[in-house]
Ligand binder design. Structure first.
Ligand SMILES: C[S@@+](CC[C@H](N)C(=O)[O-])C[C@H]1O[C@@H](n2cnc3c(N)ncnc32)[C@H](O)[C@@H]1O
Length: 278
Protein backbone atom coordinates (compact mmCIF):
# COMPACT_ATOMS: atom_id res chain seq x y z
CA UNK A 1 0.00 0.00 0.00
CA UNK A 2 1.71 3.19 -1.11
CA UNK A 3 -0.43 6.16 -0.02
CA UNK A 4 -0.31 5.67 3.76
CA UNK A 5 -1.91 3.05 5.95
CA UNK A 6 -4.96 4.83 7.31
CA UNK A 7 -8.20 2.87 6.95
CA UNK A 8 -9.60 5.29 4.35
CA UNK A 9 -6.47 5.11 2.17
CA UNK A 10 -6.14 1.35 2.46
CA UNK A 11 -9.77 0.92 1.40
CA UNK A 12 -9.20 3.09 -1.68
CA UNK A 13 -6.09 1.17 -2.66
CA UNK A 14 -7.64 -2.26 -2.27
CA UNK A 15 -10.65 -1.13 -4.29
CA UNK A 16 -8.38 0.10 -7.09
CA UNK A 17 -6.48 -3.22 -7.16
CA UNK A 18 -9.63 -5.37 -7.19
CA UNK A 19 -11.67 -3.18 -9.55
CA UNK A 20 -10.50 -4.71 -12.84
CA UNK A 21 -11.10 -8.29 -11.61
CA UNK A 22 -13.97 -8.41 -9.10
CA UNK A 23 -17.50 -7.01 -9.29
CA UNK A 24 -18.42 -4.85 -6.26
CA UNK A 25 -14.73 -4.18 -5.58
CA UNK A 26 -15.31 -1.50 -2.93
CA UNK A 27 -17.55 -3.84 -0.92
CA UNK A 28 -14.96 -6.62 -1.20
CA UNK A 29 -12.31 -4.17 -0.02
CA UNK A 30 -14.42 -3.40 3.06
CA UNK A 31 -14.99 -7.09 3.76
CA UNK A 32 -11.31 -7.97 3.43
CA UNK A 33 -10.29 -5.12 5.70
CA UNK A 34 -12.98 -6.00 8.27
CA UNK A 35 -11.73 -9.61 8.30
CA UNK A 36 -8.14 -8.41 8.61
CA UNK A 37 -8.92 -6.03 11.48
CA UNK A 38 -11.52 -8.40 12.97
CA UNK A 39 -13.91 -5.48 13.23
CA UNK A 40 -17.49 -4.82 12.16
CA UNK A 41 -18.78 -2.33 9.60
CA UNK A 42 -19.65 0.34 12.15
CA UNK A 43 -16.08 0.32 13.49
CA UNK A 44 -14.67 0.57 9.97
CA UNK A 45 -16.88 3.54 9.07
CA UNK A 46 -16.16 5.43 12.29
CA UNK A 47 -12.40 4.78 12.33
CA UNK A 48 -11.35 5.97 8.87
CA UNK A 49 -8.25 7.71 10.25
CA UNK A 50 -6.97 4.76 12.27
CA UNK A 51 -3.74 3.15 11.12
CA UNK A 52 -3.92 -0.38 9.71
CA UNK A 53 -1.26 -2.75 11.05
CA UNK A 54 0.20 -5.95 9.55
CA UNK A 55 -0.08 -4.60 6.01
CA UNK A 56 2.05 -7.41 4.59
CA UNK A 57 -0.55 -10.02 5.49
CA UNK A 58 -3.33 -7.81 4.09
CA UNK A 59 -1.40 -7.28 0.82
CA UNK A 60 -1.06 -11.05 0.45
CA UNK A 61 -4.84 -11.45 0.91
CA UNK A 62 -5.56 -8.73 -1.69
CA UNK A 63 -3.16 -10.35 -4.16
CA UNK A 64 -4.91 -13.71 -3.75
CA UNK A 65 -8.35 -12.11 -4.14
CA UNK A 66 -7.15 -10.29 -7.28
CA UNK A 67 -6.34 -13.74 -8.68
CA UNK A 68 -10.01 -14.62 -8.07
CA UNK A 69 -9.38 -16.99 -5.16
CA UNK A 70 -12.63 -17.23 -3.18
CA UNK A 71 -12.89 -14.81 -0.26
CA UNK A 72 -13.70 -17.66 2.13
CA UNK A 73 -10.47 -19.57 1.43
CA UNK A 74 -8.45 -16.39 2.02
CA UNK A 75 -10.05 -15.50 5.35
CA UNK A 76 -10.65 -19.15 6.41
CA UNK A 77 -14.18 -18.26 7.44
CA UNK A 78 -17.58 -18.99 5.96
CA UNK A 79 -21.07 -18.24 7.11
CA UNK A 80 -23.76 -20.93 6.83
CA UNK A 81 -27.20 -20.87 8.40
CA UNK A 82 -26.16 -17.75 10.40
CA UNK A 83 -23.22 -19.58 11.99
CA UNK A 84 -19.55 -19.11 11.29
CA UNK A 85 -17.48 -22.12 10.21
CA UNK A 86 -13.79 -22.69 9.52
CA UNK A 87 -12.98 -23.38 5.86
CA UNK A 88 -9.85 -24.02 3.85
CA UNK A 89 -8.93 -25.42 0.44
CA UNK A 90 -9.67 -29.14 0.49
CA UNK A 91 -13.32 -28.70 1.51
CA UNK A 92 -16.10 -27.26 -0.62
CA UNK A 93 -17.25 -23.76 0.38
CA UNK A 94 -20.81 -24.25 1.72
CA UNK A 95 -23.49 -22.82 -0.57
CA UNK A 96 -26.57 -20.93 0.65
CA UNK A 97 -28.91 -23.37 -1.18
CA UNK A 98 -27.75 -26.16 1.12
CA UNK A 99 -29.53 -24.33 3.97
CA UNK A 100 -32.78 -25.49 2.32
CA UNK A 101 -31.65 -29.11 2.70
CA UNK A 102 -31.37 -28.52 6.45
CA UNK A 103 -34.93 -27.11 6.52
CA UNK A 104 -36.21 -30.11 4.53
CA UNK A 105 -34.72 -32.59 6.98
CA UNK A 106 -36.14 -30.65 9.94
CA UNK A 107 -39.60 -30.76 8.32
CA UNK A 108 -39.40 -34.52 7.86
CA UNK A 109 -38.60 -35.45 11.45
CA UNK A 110 -41.76 -35.43 13.54
CA UNK A 111 -40.01 -35.69 16.94
CA UNK A 112 -36.86 -33.54 17.17
CA UNK A 113 -35.97 -35.18 20.50
CA UNK A 114 -35.96 -38.74 19.11
CA UNK A 115 -32.81 -40.84 19.46
CA UNK A 116 -32.08 -41.24 15.77
CA UNK A 117 -29.00 -42.26 13.83
CA UNK A 118 -28.14 -40.15 10.81
CA UNK A 119 -25.53 -40.87 8.19
CA UNK A 120 -24.13 -38.17 5.96
CA UNK A 121 -22.24 -39.04 2.79
CA UNK A 122 -19.83 -36.30 1.66
CA UNK A 123 -19.52 -34.36 4.93
CA UNK A 124 -17.08 -31.78 3.49
CA UNK A 125 -16.66 -28.96 6.02
CA UNK A 126 -19.27 -30.57 8.29
CA UNK A 127 -21.98 -27.92 7.97
CA UNK A 128 -24.91 -30.31 7.36
CA UNK A 129 -24.22 -32.76 10.18
CA UNK A 130 -23.34 -29.91 12.55
CA UNK A 131 -26.50 -27.89 11.89
CA UNK A 132 -28.65 -31.02 12.19
CA UNK A 133 -26.88 -32.09 15.39
CA UNK A 134 -27.62 -28.66 16.87
CA UNK A 135 -31.28 -29.08 15.93
CA UNK A 136 -31.66 -32.73 17.01
CA UNK A 137 -30.05 -32.89 20.46
CA UNK A 138 -30.42 -36.67 20.91
CA UNK A 139 -29.36 -37.75 17.42
CA UNK A 140 -26.05 -39.39 16.50
CA UNK A 141 -24.27 -38.81 13.21
CA UNK A 142 -21.90 -40.93 11.18
CA UNK A 143 -20.32 -38.59 8.65
CA UNK A 144 -18.35 -40.04 5.74
CA UNK A 145 -16.05 -38.47 3.20
CA UNK A 146 -13.66 -39.85 0.62
CA UNK A 147 -11.29 -36.91 1.15
CA UNK A 148 -8.94 -36.85 4.17
CA UNK A 149 -8.49 -33.08 3.66
CA UNK A 150 -12.24 -32.49 3.94
CA UNK A 151 -12.41 -34.65 7.08
CA UNK A 152 -9.71 -32.47 8.68
CA UNK A 153 -11.86 -29.37 8.10
CA UNK A 154 -14.97 -31.14 9.42
CA UNK A 155 -13.02 -32.20 12.53
CA UNK A 156 -12.10 -28.59 13.32
CA UNK A 157 -15.71 -27.42 12.91
CA UNK A 158 -17.13 -30.30 14.95
CA UNK A 159 -14.75 -29.36 17.78
CA UNK A 160 -15.69 -25.67 17.44
CA UNK A 161 -19.32 -26.61 18.15
CA UNK A 162 -18.35 -29.20 20.83
CA UNK A 163 -20.11 -32.01 18.95
CA UNK A 164 -17.32 -34.63 19.04
CA UNK A 165 -19.51 -36.94 21.14
CA UNK A 166 -22.31 -37.03 18.60
CA UNK A 167 -20.68 -36.70 15.17
CA UNK A 168 -18.28 -39.46 14.20
CA UNK A 169 -16.14 -38.95 11.10
CA UNK A 170 -15.22 -41.88 8.87
CA UNK A 171 -12.98 -42.02 5.81
CA UNK A 172 -14.36 -43.98 2.86
CA UNK A 173 -16.68 -44.07 -0.11
CA UNK A 174 -20.47 -43.76 0.09
CA UNK A 175 -21.88 -45.97 2.88
CA UNK A 176 -19.02 -48.48 2.80
CA UNK A 177 -17.67 -47.46 6.23
CA UNK A 178 -21.14 -47.59 7.84
CA UNK A 179 -22.34 -50.90 9.28
CA UNK A 180 -24.88 -49.56 11.78
CA UNK A 181 -28.60 -49.32 11.11
CA UNK A 182 -29.39 -45.82 9.84
CA UNK A 183 -32.68 -43.96 10.28
CA UNK A 184 -31.94 -41.04 8.01
CA UNK A 185 -29.37 -40.54 5.22
CA UNK A 186 -28.49 -37.01 4.15
CA UNK A 187 -26.17 -35.95 1.37
CA UNK A 188 -25.07 -33.06 -0.76
CA UNK A 189 -23.04 -35.20 -3.13
CA UNK A 190 -20.99 -34.08 -6.11
CA UNK A 191 -23.55 -33.83 -8.93
CA UNK A 192 -22.01 -31.82 -11.80
CA UNK A 193 -21.30 -33.55 -15.13
CA UNK A 194 -17.61 -34.21 -15.82
CA UNK A 195 -17.30 -31.92 -18.86
CA UNK A 196 -19.52 -29.05 -17.63
CA UNK A 197 -18.07 -25.57 -18.21
CA UNK A 198 -17.62 -23.89 -14.83
CA UNK A 199 -16.69 -20.41 -13.62
CA UNK A 200 -12.95 -19.95 -13.12
CA UNK A 201 -13.06 -19.46 -9.33
CA UNK A 202 -14.45 -23.02 -8.97
CA UNK A 203 -10.99 -24.29 -9.94
CA UNK A 204 -9.91 -23.49 -6.35
CA UNK A 205 -12.42 -25.99 -4.93
CA UNK A 206 -11.77 -29.74 -4.64
CA UNK A 207 -12.81 -31.34 -7.91
CA UNK A 208 -14.09 -34.52 -6.22
CA UNK A 209 -16.56 -32.32 -4.34
CA UNK A 210 -18.03 -31.01 -7.61
CA UNK A 211 -18.06 -33.71 -10.29
CA UNK A 212 -20.41 -36.66 -9.90
CA UNK A 213 -19.49 -38.62 -13.06
CA UNK A 214 -19.98 -38.44 -16.85
CA UNK A 215 -23.65 -37.48 -16.53
CA UNK A 216 -23.42 -35.97 -13.04
CA UNK A 217 -25.97 -38.02 -11.09
CA UNK A 218 -23.97 -41.26 -10.83
CA UNK A 219 -23.24 -40.83 -7.10
CA UNK A 220 -26.88 -39.95 -6.42
CA UNK A 221 -27.91 -43.22 -8.14
CA UNK A 222 -25.43 -45.19 -6.02
CA UNK A 223 -26.87 -43.61 -2.88
CA UNK A 224 -30.41 -44.47 -4.05
CA UNK A 225 -29.30 -48.10 -4.55
CA UNK A 226 -27.95 -48.18 -0.98
CA UNK A 227 -31.09 -46.61 0.48
CA UNK A 228 -33.34 -49.14 -1.29
CA UNK A 229 -31.11 -52.12 -0.49
CA UNK A 230 -30.70 -51.22 3.19
CA UNK A 231 -34.30 -49.88 3.51
CA UNK A 232 -33.05 -46.63 5.10
CA UNK A 233 -36.35 -44.97 5.84
CA UNK A 234 -35.55 -41.37 4.92
CA UNK A 235 -33.09 -39.91 2.44
CA UNK A 236 -32.74 -36.21 1.70
CA UNK A 237 -30.34 -35.28 -1.08
CA UNK A 238 -29.33 -32.13 -2.93
CA UNK A 239 -29.37 -32.39 -6.75
CA UNK A 240 -28.61 -30.35 -9.88
CA UNK A 241 -31.36 -28.18 -11.37
CA UNK A 242 -31.86 -30.59 -14.33
CA UNK A 243 -31.76 -33.96 -12.55
CA UNK A 244 -35.35 -34.39 -11.31
CA UNK A 245 -36.60 -36.40 -14.35
CA UNK A 246 -33.67 -38.81 -14.32
CA UNK A 247 -34.15 -39.48 -10.61
CA UNK A 248 -37.90 -40.00 -11.01
CA UNK A 249 -37.27 -42.43 -13.89
CA UNK A 250 -34.56 -44.24 -11.96
CA UNK A 251 -37.02 -44.98 -9.17
CA UNK A 252 -40.08 -45.80 -11.27
CA UNK A 253 -40.03 -49.57 -10.67
CA UNK A 254 -39.01 -49.36 -7.00
CA UNK A 255 -41.17 -49.76 -3.89
CA UNK A 256 -41.32 -46.70 -1.63
CA UNK A 257 -43.85 -44.49 0.14
CA UNK A 258 -43.10 -41.03 -1.21
CA UNK A 259 -40.69 -39.03 -3.36
CA UNK A 260 -40.93 -35.24 -2.92
CA UNK A 261 -38.70 -32.71 -4.71
CA UNK A 262 -37.93 -29.25 -3.34
CA UNK A 263 -36.80 -26.06 -5.07
CA UNK A 264 -34.23 -23.39 -4.25
CA UNK A 265 -35.02 -19.68 -3.84
CA UNK A 266 -34.58 -19.11 -7.59
CA UNK A 267 -37.26 -21.72 -8.32
CA UNK A 268 -34.85 -24.41 -9.59
CA UNK A 269 -35.15 -28.05 -8.52
CA UNK A 270 -32.56 -28.45 -5.80
CA UNK A 271 -33.21 -31.70 -3.95
CA UNK A 272 -35.57 -34.43 -2.87
CA UNK A 273 -36.65 -36.53 0.06
CA UNK A 274 -37.34 -40.22 -0.44
CA UNK A 275 -39.44 -41.90 2.23
CA UNK A 276 -39.39 -45.69 2.10
CA UNK A 277 -42.37 -46.33 4.39
CA UNK A 278 -44.73 -44.41 6.66
C1 LIG B 1 -20.69 -31.10 -2.77
S1 LIG B 1 -19.53 -31.50 -1.49
C2 LIG B 1 -20.56 -31.30 -0.05
C3 LIG B 1 -19.80 -30.89 1.18
C4 LIG B 1 -20.71 -30.44 2.35
N1 LIG B 1 -21.55 -31.53 2.81
C5 LIG B 1 -21.56 -29.25 1.95
O1 LIG B 1 -22.77 -29.42 1.75
O2 LIG B 1 -21.01 -28.15 1.79
C6 LIG B 1 -19.42 -33.24 -1.71
C7 LIG B 1 -18.48 -33.99 -0.77
O3 LIG B 1 -18.56 -35.39 -1.10
C8 LIG B 1 -17.28 -35.96 -1.01
N2 LIG B 1 -17.28 -37.18 -1.85
C9 LIG B 1 -17.11 -37.29 -3.19
N3 LIG B 1 -17.24 -38.56 -3.59
C10 LIG B 1 -17.51 -39.28 -2.46
C11 LIG B 1 -17.74 -40.66 -2.21
N4 LIG B 1 -17.73 -41.57 -3.19
N5 LIG B 1 -17.98 -41.07 -0.93
C12 LIG B 1 -17.98 -40.16 0.08
N6 LIG B 1 -17.77 -38.83 -0.11
C13 LIG B 1 -17.54 -38.40 -1.35
C14 LIG B 1 -16.34 -34.86 -1.45
O4 LIG B 1 -15.04 -35.09 -0.96
C15 LIG B 1 -17.02 -33.62 -0.86
O5 LIG B 1 -16.52 -33.34 0.43
Amino acid sequence: MSSGSLVKNVLKEITAILNPVIPRASREAQLLLMAHLQCDELWLITNQNTEVKELEKLCEWVKRRAENEPFEYITNRVSFYSREFYITKGALIPRPETEILIDEVIKNVSNPHAEMTFAEVGVGSGIISIMLALHFPHAKFIAVDISPAALEVAKINIKKFSLQERIELRLGSLLEPVTEQIDYLVSNPPYIAKDAQLESNLSYEPQNALFGGNIGDEIIQELLNDVLRLRINLFTCEIGYDQQDRITNYLQNEKFEKLAFYKDLSGFDRGFTLRIQD
